[in-house]
Design a protein. Structure first.
Length: 136
């Protein structure tokens, strides 16, 4: 009987330690303020021939985003889903609302009001790199 109580006490200690550790980690993961807001920019289109795609991204402080892209190859495209920030880089998992495909996107802070955006085409996986500026 005494061994059962000791095991229960030890188990409770481990649970409390785990809960405190997770709560501390979650508090430290506040969304990065640098990416929150609206951004607009361009990147060379994977279609080539000197054409460009025009991007407009809106990042919310709850870790979600929405992008409207005027693609030279695919027309008007809407992406949405979530993002995670690690220092000066945000990693996005965009889902094309038209086709449901996941599109990996990386946004890197260059200056307070300027970012670099890197994405891979879901059609042929060509990588494009462009830039966006904060919309005021």
């Amino acid at each position: 009987m005494r061994q059962g109580r000791v095991r229960l006490a030890i188990s409770l200690v481990f649970v409390v330690v785990a809960v405190v550790a997770m709560a501390t980690q979650a508090v430290g993961q506040e969304p990065a303020k640098w990416v929150v807001g609206k951004w607009k920019g361009t990147a060379p289109s994977p279609a080539g021939q000197g054409r460009s795609d025009v991007y407009e991204y809106a990042f919310k402080d709850d870790g979600t985003f929405r992008a409207e892209i005027q693609s030279a190859r695919a027309g008007f495209v809407i992406l949405s889903e979530t993002y995670k920030v690690d220092g000066d880089q945000a990693t996005l998992e965009g889902i094309n609302e038209r086709g449901g495909r996941r599109i990996p996107i990386t946004v890197r802070r260059i200056e307070d009001d300027k970012v670099q955006i890197e994405t891979a085409s879901p059609v042929d996986y060509k990588t494009t790199i462009g830039s966006m500026n904060r919309i005021k």
